[in-house]
Design a protein around this ligand. Structure first.
Ligand code: FAD
Ligand code: SF4
Ligand code: SF4
Length: 498
């Protein structure tokens, strides 16, 4: 076992990149995040950086080693940050499987528009808004759909309600909020950071080596996350609804506008040019399509609730949702900073929250507990096979595997991994296919330029993606061995029966 952190190209090659963007923030002059057609977002060398390694994006087969140790140091892909200490107050009984929890709340944004547009109860957006409007913070770094290319996401530092509300709702597609951490570092006063657990993990590692970022990270908010699908998930979903040409899609909303809300796509009819809007239930869209396209890294993720954050927010699925329920969020307060700001947001009229007991967490998110339980078995088999898996220092994953999974599921976590390592060719280098955004942008559409990312239509685009078998190369064996794992039991983003 080597002592240095794995280089960025090892993380990407070994299927361990979460797409958080922390490496591109820390090494911004040489690295940038790009959208890929096959995976989530990936770091790539900037065009004017000939010395730098070319990551194993298709078409760049010759990898040269990166000399950036700081990028490797902030990467959560293989080395997750060490688990925060067990609290002595609040809910220490939850620490082993949910991380530090000081308080548990259920509630919603007082602002009806934020609650309506929010993914669950709009708590994330309302809490961030409080921090900006009354909490002395300069802005909130978060993701939202690109206005010029609505299938893709961008990261913005919102300084007012209008900008922040545009990002309310979940984006079940690739996003890299850490790539813009420089905006927080350079801000005049502290800011909020919002992201998935892996994004928060990247930000936490980055603040350790960037003092000004550390000072300016005023509050970190994590959303619960069962896994982020690649862009193919959205494209397949849109096709199910009738949008056969991804270049004609004008917007996709995954949740919100109700709880959990519907997945809704709007596109232009290819022949008539008429605008068409169709929806499908969130349960069906996630269950039948999106979850199949989750990144491989997500299946070995042990932190689905953002244990490194000040505050984590998910859905209180522990009880049936009534018809027309406008939405509620489950809130885990993890740090004193989080406790103080949540309390202030309630007192100043931004949030309505009710206290909950610890059983509510497991009853709401048992699928995430099973997913965490499976990771130990998957990681062991993966390492035995010489492929990569993340390391989670201080997380007792064996006890979750033993306690939370039945005998059959435990065996599946072992045998399923064996099968999947070979079936998914995880011992081979990951080769992502870059996504050409021309044709996905509004400018292309209005100027009638039809050459795009999918010029021959979706079927031929997907058919053009090479099978992993045709991709040569094994991971450099002189490096620290990388490990990977498998999915024995699919996680779902909602309970199957409600
Ligand atoms: C990929 C994914 C998987 C999820 N899995 C679960 C799950 O297993 N269990 C569960 O309870 N909930 C899950 N959620 C939903 C998430 O927990 C809700 O967003 C959360 O309940 C917060 O709701 P809210 O109404 O308070 O947030 P909102 O007020 O709607 O704010 C949501 C915030 O999340 C940010 N955001 C949206 N998509 C992304 C993204 N892809 N990457 C980074 N930031 C993003 C937005 O910028 C916004 O600031 C998932 C969401 C995503 C995107
Ligand atoms: S820092 Fe994030 S984006 Fe960069 S290689 Fe690591 S996981 Fe991927
Ligand atoms: S499952 Fe884990 S690795 Fe995957 S997107 Fe969610 S937090 Fe990141």
């Amino acid at each position: 076992m080597g002592t240095r952190p794995p280089a960025i190209e090892d993380v990407v090659s070994g299927h361990m990149c979460t797409g958080c963007g922390a490496c591109a923030y820390i090494d911004a002059s040489r690295l940038q995040m790009i959208d890929t057609a096959t995976h989530t977002r990936r770091p790539q060398a900037r065009a004017d950086e000939p010395r730098l390694f070319q990551l194993p994006i298709l078409g760049n087969p010759g990898a040269i080693e990166s000399d950036s140790t700081s990028a490797a140091a902030v990467c959560p892909g293989i080395n997750w940050p060490a688990a925060p200490p067990k609290p002595t107050t609040g809910h220490p009984e939850l620490h082993a499987e949910w991380g530090p929890v000081l308080e548990i709340w259920e509630g919603f944004a007082v602002d009806p528009e934020i609650r309506f547009r929010g993914s669950s109860g709009g708590v994330v957006t309302a809490l961030a808004l409080y921090c900006i409007e009354l909490g002395g913070m300069e802005g909130a770094l978060h993701v939202r759909a690109r206005t010029d290319a609505p299938l893709l996401n961008e990261t913005v530092l919102s300084r007012n309600r209008e900008s922040l509300v545009k990002g309310a709702g979940s984006r079940y597609s690739p996003a890299s909020p850490c790539e813009e951490l420089g905006q927080i570092e350079n801000a005049a006063s502290p800011c909020v950071f919002i992201g998935k657990p892996c994004d928060v993990a990247g930000a936490v590692k980055a603040r350790e080596i960037r003092p000004q970022l550390d000072r300016n990270l005023g509050l970190t908010i994590a959303i619960f996350c069962a896994g982020a699908p690649s862009i193919q998930g959205t494209i397949e979903l849109a096709k199910t609804l009738g949008a056969n040409d991804p270049t004609q899609i004008e917007s996709v909303r995954y949740r919100g506008q109700g709880w959990p809300g519907e997945i809704t796509a709007t596109w232009r009819d290819e022949l008539t040019g008429a605008s068409i809007t169709k929806s499908i239930s969130y349960e069906e869209g996630w269950g039948k399509t999106l979850q199949k396209h989750r990144a491989w890294r997500c299946h070995v993720c042990a932190d689905h609730t953002g244990e490194m954050a000040d505050v984590s927010v998910g859905d209180p699925w522990y009880r049936p949702i009534g018809q027309g329920d406008p939405g509620r969020s489950l809130v885990l307060v993890r740090t004193e900073r989080g406790r103080q700001l949540v309390r202030e947001a309630v007192e100043r009229g931004y949030l309505v929250l009710e206290r909950r007991e610890s059983w509510v967490v497991e009853a709401s998110q048992s699928h995430l507990l099973r997913a965490r339980g499976s990771t130990w078995g998957r990681a062991i088999v993966s390492r035995l096979l010489g492929v990569s898996a993340p390391r989670h220092t201080g997380m007792p994953l064996f006890s979750s595997w033993w306690k939370r999974l039945g005998l059959k599921a435990r065996l599946q976590s072992l045998t399923g991994t064996l099968t999947r390592v070979f079936k998914k060719r995880l011992r081979a280098v990951e080769h992502a296919v870059p996504l050409t955004t021309s044709g996905l942008t509004r400018a292309d559409r209005t100027s009638n330029i039809s050459i795009g990312a999918f010029p021959q239509g979706l079927e031929s685009f997907l058919a053009s993606i090479p099978e992993p078998a045709s991709i040569p190369e094994q991971i450099d064996s002189s490096r620290e061995p990388l490990q990977a794992a498998s999915i024995a039991q699919e996680t779902s983003c909602m309970p199957l029966a409600r």
